[in-house]
Write a protein that binds this ligand. Sequence first.
Ligand SMILES: [Zn+2]
Length: 231
Amino acid sequence: MGVALLYLLNFMFIDFHTHSDRQDPELLNLQTLHVTPELSSEELPTFCSLGLHPWFVEEKSWAESWANLELLGRSPQVIAIGECGLDRLIPLSLEVQITIFQKQIELAEVLQKPLVIHCVRAFAELIELKKKTKPSVPWIIHGFNKKSEVLQQLLRHDFYFSFGAAILSDRSPLHQAIATIPDGKFLLETDDRHDLSVKQIYERVASLRQVSLTTLQAQLLETYYQLTRLS
Ligand SMILES: [Zn+2]
């Protein structure tokens, strides 16, 4: 067992994608920040993910934020690049979104950090981009909430997933996906649900997968370790 994994064993829970700044010694809280030109390295949390989120990109001024992301992305606190990606439901054109996303894809490759992806109704484009770029770092789709067929298709293209609050609803199409997705392909998150603790998500997933909470914790620690290549 590597030193890095031993270090990780202190954390009972991992919130892989959150907008909350939670302080808890048992929680590895991977806080995601949208980079602005003003963000400085002193403001970075202990563990974070940095990106240009398509919702907050300003078409005229994103280049400055990008330059800052390129710089800050190298900081050791930055575990992953993102969230970034494609969203068909926002006014910003898909063309501009793809340009900005591609820059972050390249940055993740250069820095050898995993990519955390926001994708809304653009899975075909996302798969195309992955086929085209053949990335060496993991691509993790966060907040995944589609039916099992979509998940299976994405698994064939070697995507990873982070599941959140959607699984708590009784009729979620995700239940089947959660029960069957192979170990090693997913992590869990609270995203913008400040009212939730990731423990609630863990408990639900453990029961859907019919494993104990301890087993799930150990599996997700190992997945996190693999995906972030701390060794
Ligand atoms: Zn988010």
